[in-house]
Ligand binder design. Sequence first.
Ligand code: KG4
Ligand code: ZN
Length: 357
Amino acid sequence: MTRSSSECRPARGRLVLGIETSCDETAAAVVEDAWRVRGAAVAVQHDLHETYGGVVPEIASRAHLERLLPVVRQALDRAGATLQDLDAIAVGHRPGLIGALLVGTSAAKGLAIGLGVPLVGVDHVHAHLLSGLLVDRDAPRPRSLPLPAIGLVISGGHTNLYAIEEPSEPRRLGRTIDDAIGEAFDKVGAMLGCPHPGGPAVERLAESGDPHALDLPVANLGRDRLDFSFSGLKTAVRYAALGAPGRDAPPLTDARRADVAASFQRAAIAALRRNLRRAFDRVPEARGLLVGGGVVANGPVRTMLAEEAARATVDLVVPDLRWCQDNGAMIAALGTLRLQAGETDDLTLAPSATTRT
Ligand code: KG4
Ligand code: ZN
């Protein structure tokens, strides 16, 4: 059903639908007053991409096209809401796979026009930073945002450090110059024979391994730099697991696989820890640490984050496991903050493969 423009609601961002299609998760959520998740749904595509060992952009776009409206319907049903209850539509329109983003952005525009409600585009990576503030519909009052804060997004596509004063305009302090940390987990997983995406399997393997079995490099790009590099580590793991040119590796027994996984995980976490410390040195006034992204689901990563937040005496805002992966709720949350700041987008909103900061 459509609503005429005279019935348009103001952009106060109370009940916002968030749409996420940047990579291989089709997700939607209805969020109330920025943080309270009334209902959420996600359709993962791992089975579609598994045989290729990574996400195939065209397959992802087609799957989003088939799944997005049923996922939106499911999120609304879980929220006990109808389309007509929505005050605005938020969509992750950058960065990501361009065809995948196009599906979400087009659907969001269609819904916003049809319902006569505001449209707001948000940056997917910036949205991850807010995922730790999401609460269930019956939870007590959400906590407040501790600002200024250091932000860390660690996912399959990003490894970014930020200084945050204004959540919709975080200032990037560092990023990976090659592989993202989740990508490195996934590639190491593939070397060790784990199904894609390999991150969770590498964590499980690492539990029974010796993290000091291999001496793996932790790239340091310079004392003052907050950037990351994981490709050298990945190559070192490849040589250790599968052999180097002219040098055989020991047999890849289950025990050896566990040792390789544990040693890799220790080195990857050491890189995060070192750059986090540098970020806190650079922004001593920080009061919070906001983290997000699929790799935050990793237990030893979460332990390290808690240790570093305590060391810097800041509040750690870390998402529940279900909000670590890509989701529509974080999109709705950042969309609501933009709406509260009086910002909306029009139909020229375009998907973009890259981020601005
Ligand atoms: O944020 P996300 O769902 O999607 C992207 O925007 O990339 O992150 C997915 C990434 C994958 O690389 C996946 O292997 C990794 O997060 N991941 C993990 C764990 N769970 C998911 N990496 C390490 N340990 C985990 N437990
Ligand atoms: Zn993501």
